[in-house]
Structure formats: structure tokens, C-alpha cells
Design a protein around this ligand. Structure first.
Ligand code: ADP
Ligand code: MG
Length: 144
């Protein structure tokens, strides 16, 4: 999971499948940052990742709650969406420091760039980009 991966997807299902494959390799303790514009596919990626851990519940972006935890997979999934966070300090109250890097689980953080100052150094960064010239459902996904 440590090498740089660059992949183009042409349908949401392909982004889902890429994330699912990565989840199957996760061992616990990973912090995975999901960045890219609104509607680019961060939640689709998170859903694929959840599926790869064996989570069967529906997963939506925790935009209003900041965090949603899933305990029914092979590892705990801590799904953060920090779009509405006021400050990095709020993350402590939510329990971020107990969850990020916890070997029992994996933390996924949508909009991680908004809390860049508290992201662990060894986090995995997933950047998803559109390219209007390549079509509506085209995405470039860079993982490093
Ligand atoms: P975000 O969480 O980044 O705001 P979502 O994952 O909620 O975005 O939404 C992404 C939207 O883009 C979905 O409606 C999805 O069906 C669509 N989509 C189209 N093509 C792709 C693709 N290649 N990969 C991921 N999502 C795609
Ligand atoms: Mg989202």
C-alpha cells in the first residue's frame, strides 16, 4: 500500500473496486486521507473501502456528524468527513487521536486538507481529480 499508484477510472464502480482492493490489503492502523472537489468520489471510495473490509451497512458521507464508525467488518472503519469542522481542536473532542492510527481499525478522512496540521506523517493520501475533457465520469486517482 506504500507505493504510488495512479489510476484512471471511467465509472463509479471502478473507483469503488479500487478502494475495495486496497481495503483487502489493510492491516489496521492506516490513516487514509481522501481529498478532491465536492462530488469527485471521496464517498464512493469510502464505500468501496468499507465493502472491502466486509461492511455491509449502507455508508453515507458523515457530513453533519463528522464521524461515523463501522464495527461489522474485518477492521473497524472510522469514516470522517471534516468539511464542516470549525477547527483542528474540535477533532480531539470527537476522539480523532484515539482513532487515527489505532491498530484495530482504519481511519478514512474526507477533506483531510482542512485539518492538515494534525494528519499523521505516515498517512496515505488519495487525491481524486476530474478532467472535463475526458468525460463526465472520468476520474484520476493518485494514491501515495
Ligand atoms: P464526494 O464524497 O467527493 O463529495 P461522492 O462520492 O459523494 O463525492 O459523489 C461522487 C459522484 O460522482 C457520485 O454521484 C458518483 O456516482 C459520480 N461518479 C461518476 N464517475 C465516477 C468515478 N469514475 N468515480 C467515482 N465517482 C464517480
Ligand atoms: Mg463525501
Amino acid at each position: 500500500m506504500m507505493n504510488r499508484i495512479e489510476k484512471e477510472t471511467f465509472r463509479p464502480e471502478e473507483t469503488f473496486a479500487l478502494a475495495k482492493e486496497l481495503a483487502e490489503q489493510a492491516t489496521g492502523g492506516e490513516v487514509i486521507c481522501l481529498d478532491g472537489d465536492l462530488g469527485v468520489g471521496k464517498t464512493v471510495f469510502a464505500q468501496g473501502f468499507g465493502a472491502g473490509l466486509g461492511i455491509r451497512e449502507p455508508m453515507a458521507s458523515p457530513t453533519f456528524t463528522i464521524l461515523k464508525e463501522y464495527h461489522t467488518g474485518r477492521l473497524v472503519l472510522y469514516h470522517f468527513d471534516v468539511y464542516r469542522i470549525g477547527s483542528e481542536d474540535e477533532m480531539e473532542e470527537i476522539g480523532f487521536y484515539e482513532m487515527a492510527g489505532n491498530p484495530e481499525g482504519v481511519a478514512l478522512i474526507e477533506w483531510s486538507s482542512l485539518i492538515a496540521g494534525i494528519i499523521p506523517e505516515d498517512a496515505i493520501h488519495v487525491n481524486i481529480m476530474k478532467d472535463p475533457e475526458k468525460g463526465f465520469d472520468y476520474r484520476k486517482i493518485v494514491i501515495e
